[in-house]
Design a protein around this ligand. Sequence first.
Ligand SMILES: NC(=O)c1ccc[n+]([C@@H]2O[C@H](COP(=O)([O-])OP(=O)(O)OC[C@H]3O[C@@H](n4cnc5c(N)ncnc54)[C@H](OP(=O)(O)O)[C@@H]3O)[C@@H](O)[C@H]2O)c1
Length: 228
Amino acid sequence: MSAQVTIIGASGRVGSLVTREVLRRGLTARVLVRDRSRLSPDLAANPRLQTTVGQIDDPSAMRTALAGADAAIVTVGVRYRRNHPWGGVDGRHDVVPAAIRTLLTVADSDTYVVLLSAFGVRESWRHLPLIAKMIIRTSSLSVGYAGLAEAEDLLDGSNQPHALVRAVTLTDGPATGGPVDASGRQLRGNPRVSRADLAVFLVDTALSGAGGRASTERSRRVLVAAGR
Ligand SMILES: NC(=O)c1ccc[n+]([C@@H]2O[C@H](COP(=O)([O-])OP(=O)(O)OC[C@H]3O[C@@H](n4cnc5c(N)ncnc54)[C@H](OP(=O)(O)O)[C@@H]3O)[C@@H](O)[C@H]2O)c1
């Protein structure tokens, strides 16, 4: 299949892995970044990567990045100072809903959108262990969760075909190739999944919905965790 995939958030840890995976499969990759120098050097130097530089809420930049896209994978998220949940938020709080709002104003009606969300957003909150709820409520993670919930609502309230991929705690461990779709599974403790396995899953999900292949299921929710 020769698909074109746009990645919003390609300078981030998950987004860069997703972008590499799209390129590795020989597909056309486009990205929207606010600053080209924030892209990993290997991606910035890749002649097959089409890069648009612009703000997340700039419809013109978003339109360029989405031109011809069969699927868009959105991996942006709030940045925490010192990369710490109690460090406060570095920059805008609403980066995820801002990205989705802009995308929805310019995307072709059949572009399949995959949003990286988190376990605990919306109705999945009740399945979180108490300790995780307390950490989220008392830290800046609450800002990230609020943004993800708003972004999910925007997609669910639209006619855009989409998947909400709710990931558990992310690690920088290697790709295992193991199964990560944990939908319907009872999770215990602090389940984790590597960004590398998640990236492969996000690309698989995007391609499974591209070209109207998910037309019977215009809004899909997937819980992602490593292992069975
Ligand atoms: N950490 C976890 O355990 C966990 C679990 C479940 C879900 N998630 C979700 O997964 C997301 C991605 O994770 P990650 O590790 O890849 O995060 P990351 O490395 O911090 O990447 C964040 C991405 O968002 C972009 N971004 C932030 N603020 C922006 C703004 N104002 N304008 C434009 N772009 C902006 C960043 O761009 P710049 O490089 O330009 O800053 C970067 O590309 C998280 O943010 C969270 O929503 C995380």
